[in-house]
Design a protein. Sequence first.
Length: 129
Amino acid sequence: MSNPVRKLREALGWNRVKFAAAIGKSHQRVQNYEDGAKLPVKVAETIRQLARQYDLEHLLDDLEKAEPVKISAMPHRKYQRWHDLLDEVLAGGDQKAAAMVEDYLNVLLGSMREKKRRVRKKRVAASDR
């Protein structure tokens, strides 16, 4: 049985990058879904809407049988809201909003990495004394 996400993407004639943009995810995430990763509820809904838009709902029969689950990769429940917000922005299909989120996250990640680098540098300097 072929993966319903792959079936839809191929029926549309789209590569993973174009399909990913349409559902607000990365092409790597699309590949994960095609390889069998479970779909978050909002992503499954977005994919169903896309199929309806192109009259390809019949390709998602297998998707209906799969039990969509929310990704709970965050170790603490308090971060689930952040995850849900990010998922909503990405699933919204607004590429400008998604790019802004990515830029902000990259700035935050860069800042965190710089802070870790400074801490390590201080530790090395302290151990050299």
